[in-house]
Design a protein around this ligand. Structure first.
Ligand code: DON
Length: 576
């Protein structure tokens, strides 16, 4: 818990540091991206296409691909691969993610490349003989990693792309091979990581250094070689051959359990998105194994008939109503949600109007419902910021929302020796013991218990809103369990409070997740509202410096794309 708090504090601290990468070198890469000179752009209005992501170089890589004739899926693949190089704390090939897309032919799809539990994983693998839950093992080092899904996901999404994969991966290869200039924020983040890197690695990775400084060039030769193997051999360049050998050797050296068989058997899955209507809009989001789409559905449907617009943005009444629906949705998450391929999640029931109305019978606009009235439970912890989202749109009518993660910052903190990439610590998203909170304070039980091959429950909520059956909003964010509530609030800000896009993202957020029974608020949340809510029986946790990093694209009435990057980080929007 102390470690999680420390990680959170460092993440918050790093967000406060301004970032102006220095200019060390002016050489141009063939992909027309200068990795030594780039700027953070928070908003763009574009006619042909736009990309928003956590790093300017990754957004640029995506836009270059659009300019070269790629569609939004091509650009999303290139952006994701570039993030794996320039945003190593969350961009990844050693983790997993979800894509939600609306294709130009009108089809909506979702792609699940979430990590899986290795074949020799089992329900009690993190429980000691005396019953102690070993969150140290589920959150750090070799044993915390699920079988990575990202590379399989990239190749599964290629089916909807247009350009050859070699072209899409080229910017990432160049950024890894020639290096890029790191910012003050990145230097600080790497410096803070040194002790853990030394402790959790069997081969010292390139990230280990006495002191990183703003303006240093980070060259990742091992990673560039891994990327070249993927370029040359496809998914087999990761799941088989040299890269697989390096992963398995790393596991053997560090006591991990991912095997050749686990890697070879990994499969991304095309799934039907979780879709629902809200006030005439169609919301398309991620189904299980993410709780995101269902939670968003539950929360939005519980407010739909209650005219929240007339209550006003961050009025006592609207915050209270949103808090109460968040509480009810998250109580269901803990009990019923998990990988639907392994556990029968009652999605239809949980999203039915009659069930949700029944849930709201205990809602009292004059006082706080107690979480013990909704369901009993235990006390959880904090959130970190190290997942990453990208939103992409093109003029052909393709829209892509991808959220991808290593789980917390730099995942397991273990880099595969000789292969140059961090492995995830996603095993902690399982319920490692009933009632024991994961690093986001989420509790669970049977539905999300560990089982070989199963995917751990996620909160990631890549979402596309359709208006008149055309893309209107493409949105997503990191933030652990705060993800669904942030997307909920961003959408309500736009649809019900008629807010402009920047305000909808930048205004302070709040979060309730059933347990702990308290409201988490972000700096700037109105104190007068807090005082009134205290009187009604609500509790508050410590104020947060920042909640999430939302990347959003909205289609304007004239058909142009308004892309807005969150101001809580270095996130950047590019378009043309
Ligand atoms: O899948 C999940 O819900 C988490 N592993 C996401 C982690 C995350 O968002 C971390 N960053 N804030």
């Amino acid at each position: 818990m102390r470690k999680t708090f420390l990680a959170f504090t460092l993440a918050v601290f790093s967000i406060l540091i301004a970032c102006h990468p220095s200019k060390k070198n002016t050489s141009h890469s063939p992909a027309q991206i200068n990795p030594y000179q780039y700027s953070i752009t928070k908003k763009v209005i574009a006619e042909n296409g736009a990309v928003v992501s956590a790093h300017p170089l990754a957004s640029k890589a995506g836009v270059e691909i659009l300019k070269q004739g790629g569609n939004a899926i091509d650009a999303a693949i290139a952006t994701q691969l570039a993030l794996a190089v320039v945003y190593p704390n969350a961009g990844n090939i050693g983790g997993g993610g979800f894509m939600v897309a609306r294709l130009s032919n009108g089809e909506t799809i979702s792609l699940d490349y979430r990590e899986t539990a290795p074949n020799s994983a089992h329900r009690d693998m993190y429980i000691d003989a005396d019953g102690t839950a070993r969150t140290d093992k589920s959150q750090d080092g070799h044993l915390s990693s699920g079988v990575p899904g990202t590379v399989a996901g990239l190749f599964a999404s290629l089916k909807y792309a247009r350009l050859p994969f070699a072209k899409l991966i080229q910017p990432a290869i160049e950024l890894a091979e020639k290096g890029y200039t790191i910012s003050e924020r990145e230097a600080k983040s790497l410096n803070n990581l040194q002790a853990e890197l030394k402790k959790l690695n069997t081969v010292m990775p390139v990230f280990v250094k006495n002191k990183w400084e703003k303006g240093d060039t980070l060259i990742q030769t091992d990673l560039s070689n891994t990327l070249k193997r993927i370029r040359d051999s496809g998914a087999a360049g990761f799941y088989e051959g040299e890269t697989a050998n390096l992963i398995v050797a790393e596991m053997k050296r560090g006591g991990g359990i991912i095997s050749h068989e686990d890697l070879k058997n990994y499969q991304a899955k095309v799934r039907t998105p979780h879709s629902f209507s809200y006030k005439g809009y169609k919301i398309v989001s991620m189904p299980m194994p993410s709780s995101g789409g269902l939670l968003l559905n539950q929360m939005m449907k519980m407010i739909e008939t209650r005219n929240i617009g007339s209550m006003g943005f961050q009025s006592v009444a609207s915050v209270q109503l949103m808090t109460e629906v968040e509480r009810r949705a998250f109580a269901d998450r803990a009990e019923y949600m998990g990988d639907a391929d392994y556990y029968n999640v009652p999605v239809t029931l949980l999203s039915s109007d009659s069930y949700l109305e029944e849930r709201m019978k205990s809602y009292d606009p004059a006082r706080a419902t107690s979480s013990t009235e909704i369901k009993p439970g235990v006390s959880p912890g904090t959130e970190s910021k190290e997942t990453t989202h990208l939103s992409v749109i093109d003029k052909e009518g393709n829209a892509v929302a991808i959220t991808t993660t290593l789980n917390n910052s730099y995942g397991s903190k273990t880099v595969v020796g000789g292969a140059g990439f961090f492995l995830n610590d996603e095993m902690d998203d399982f319920s490692i013991k009933p009632g024991v909170p994961n690093m986001y304070g989420a509790v669970g039980g049977e539905a999300n218990a560990i089982e070989a091959g199963k995917r751990m429950l996620s909160s990631m909520t890549p979402t596309i809103v359709l208006k008149d059956n055309k893309p209107y909003i493409v949105v997503g964010t990191p933030g652990g369990t705060t993800i669904p509530t942030q997307i909920f609030q961003t959408l309500v800000n736009i649809i019900d409070f008629n807010m402009n896009t920047e305000d909808a993202v930048y205004k302070p957020k709040f979060h309730h997740q059933w347990l702990p029974d308290e409201i988490m608020i972000e700096k700037g949340f109105p104190q007068s509202v807090k005082s009134e809510l205290l009187k009604m029986g609500y509790s508050f946790s410590l104020e947060r410096e920042g909640i999430g990093r939302t990347e959003i694209i909205k289609v304007l009435p004239d058909g142009k794309f308004e892309a807005v990057a969150d101001n809580r980080g270095d996130d950047s929007a590019y378009g043309y």
